[in-house]
Design a protein around this ligand. Structure first.
Ligand SMILES: Cc1ncc(COP(=O)(O)O)c(C=O)c1O
Length: 376
């Protein structure tokens, strides 16, 4: 086995989901609060657009960076984020995860360090390690999961800061002052920023800000987004990024020699998603908000400490009064068939927490809360 994979853990979120599926196959009624994927169908106009592309024979390789019409649509979309970009500074990939992987491999060298705010999404660390670099976890504030300092973790080896707002797993949304602090430090220390904005639209309060739009940042920022969460398109595998052309060109080399391109007809669905009506997104977000209120109020009424996040479809309650997050996750699955992800999967500061993905119906959330109450 390759030494590069030593020390790379399997994805904790997929592991819990696999366990839940195994139990389901044995006939158990498992409530799955584990995987981060919207339970809605992909909106009809997006599916129709991909079907039309299939029927028209658009079933061949596309340019590795993505079809030009989609890159135009993405360039237009980035204007919303205050980013003026040329389509040749955009790459379309099979999922935002692939974009993140390519971006990290494109810029990090062996021995360099990349900073991430912990609790952090499970795949940044492994992608950094696969590049031969070292992830450096910077804890966020307990009370609101926002960053408070960064400078003391910066060393001569630091090359990049990863920002993920709205954040998986905490749901925290970084405000202007949080992002300004990060941007100022990135500029002072000449660092790159990878800004993962995949939950941009799953937002209940405040505004989404792209760090790339801050003065002096566009030249040092890789902005990543995708279709999975906003348009319920997880299985389509479609993501994208913009970055300085030099970085995009390196990512492109990696893509040409690995996946070639994103699926052709999925890319046509992507155009319909970005250029078509956005009410489908508003409707999904409205439902997510009702679910967030249901789960947060339910957990608080059980005496479980839980923040009310401004974005994403995750809550990250502190369960320390019942044991570690890993103990509680195990008990919930074993005794109540409720699948949640232990917070430790997102870094050491997550030890006392569990992550609940509330991308399931309100009826199932209520049932899940009843079961949690019985077990805890
Ligand atoms: C923070 C974050 N970034 C990226 C991704 C990857 O999304 P995609 O389905 O586009 O690969 C996810 C998916 O769970 C995520 O939570």
């Amino acid at each position: 086995m390759s030494k590069r994979l030593d020390g790379i853990e399997e994805s904790a979120t997929f592991r819990v989901a696999d366990l839940a599926n195994k139990l389901k196959r044995t006939g158990k009624d498992v409530i799955s609060f584990s995987l981060g994927e919207p339970d809605f169908d992909t909106p009809l106009h997006i599916r129709e657009s991909a079907k039309k592309a299939l029927d028209e024979g658009k079933t061949h390789y596309t340019p590795s960076a993505g079809i030009s019409e989609l890159r135009e649509s993405i360039a237009n979309k980035f204007k919303e984020n205050g980013l003026e970009v040329n389509p040749n500074e955009i790459i379309v990939t099979p999922g935002a995860k692939q974009t993140i992987f390519e971006a990290i491999q494109a810029v990090l060298n062996e021995g360099e360090e990349a900073i991430l705010f912990e609790p952090a999404w499970v795949s940044y660390g492994p992608c950094i390690k696969l590049a031969g670099a070292t992830p450096v976890g910077v804890p966020v504030r307990d009370e609101d999961f926002k960053p408070y300092d960064l400078v003391e973790w910066i060393t001569k080896k630091t090359k990049m800061i990863i920002v993920n707002t709205p954040c998986n797993p905490t749901g925290a949304v970084f405000d202007r002052s949080n992002l300004k602090m990060i941007a100022d430090i990135a500029i002072d220390h000449e660092l790159l920023v990878l800004s993962d904005e995949i939950y941009e639209k799953i937002l209940y309060n405040g505004e989404h800000l792209s760090i790339g739009q801050f003065d002096g940042m566009q030249d040092r920022t890789i902005t990543i987004n995708g279709f999975s969460k906003t348009y319920a398109m997880t299985g389509w595998r479609l993501g994208y990024a913009t970055a300085p052309k030099k970085i995009i060109d390196s990512m492109l080399k990696l893509q040409q020699h690995s996946t070639s391109c994103a699926t052709s007809f999925a890319q046509y669905g992507g155009i319909a998603a970005l250029d078509g009506p956005q009410e489908c997104v508003t409707d999904m977000v409205k439902e997510f908000k009702a679910r967030r209120d249901l789960i947060v109020d339910g957990l608080l009424s059980l005496g479980i400490k839980c923040n009310k996040p401004d974005g994403t479809f995750y809550v990250f309650p502190n369960v320390s009064q019942f044991g570690t997050g890993a103990d509680v996750a195990e008990r919930l699955l074993r005794d109540a068939y409720v699948a949640v992800t232990p917070g430790i999967a997102f870094g050491p500061p997550g030890k006392d927490y569990i992550r609940i993905s509330y991308a399931i119906s309100q009826a199932r959330i209520s049932e899940g809360l009843d079961r949690i109450q019985k077990v805890l």
